[in-house]
Write a protein that binds this ligand. Sequence first.
Ligand SMILES: Nc1ncnc2c1ncn2[C@@H]1O[C@H](COP(=O)(O)OP(=O)(O)OP(=O)(O)O)[C@@H](O)[C@H]1O
Ligand SMILES: [Mg+2]
Length: 218
Amino acid sequence: MSLALTASHVRKSYNGRPVLEDVSMSFDRHGVYVMTGTNGSGKSTFLRISALIDDADSGEIVFSSEEGILKHDIRLKRRITLVLPQIGIFNTTVFKNAAYGMNIRGVPGAETAKKVEEVLAFVGLAHKKDQNALTVSSGERQRLGIARALVIEPEILFLDEPTASIDEKNSGIVEDIIMKLKAGGKTTVIMTTHDKDQAGRLADTWLIMHEGRLIPHS
Ligand SMILES: Nc1ncnc2c1ncn2[C@@H]1O[C@H](COP(=O)(O)OP(=O)(O)OP(=O)(O)O)[C@@H](O)[C@H]1O
Ligand SMILES: [Mg+2]
């Protein structure tokens, strides 16, 4: 696998209250890693720290590839993306929302259009591309968030509760997207969910955040 992530002895407290006490885990295989755990156990905190959006108090987040250990710079940040359950939507079309990542990177219009069409089709939103994104349903919004992340072809995709507050049909569509990513073999997915059946269906590796530590599900 090209891009691997290793967390070593990651600790994080908020206002003197420890959330992550000693999290160590290697994410070094393609496939789907699923984290479950009670509300407030620190899953989202760990995803933010892993995706380099927040800093740990101590411990290390190490990304490595064939070139060795990678600096936490913009080049690395372009290879990883975190999708939050409530993505920010711009007051414009689904297409333009999905194209955002390519536009800010200055990718030419024709190339962007081709990629955005492909990704919207991948998440089942091709027919919605001209609709104002503020008017899509919450299930569609979750998929738009994934589409927006996928346009930049991340090697590690962090999904924080990608099926929170959506119905069974839309959860099924999101699960299918994750299964397709797995089959594609190019993207490692590291996700959280409260749905244990879903964890069982999707996980190549199932992890539990418990008492500040990430432990394998047995
Ligand atoms: N920026 C912050 N400031 C203060 N406390 C925070 C901050 N971020 C997270 N916390 C606290 O850290 C704890 C862990 O939160 P986190 O969101 O990581 O849990 P979670 O496992 O994702 O929970 P859920 O399943 O409800 O999403 C919670 O008590 C939360 O209130
Ligand atoms: Mg959370």
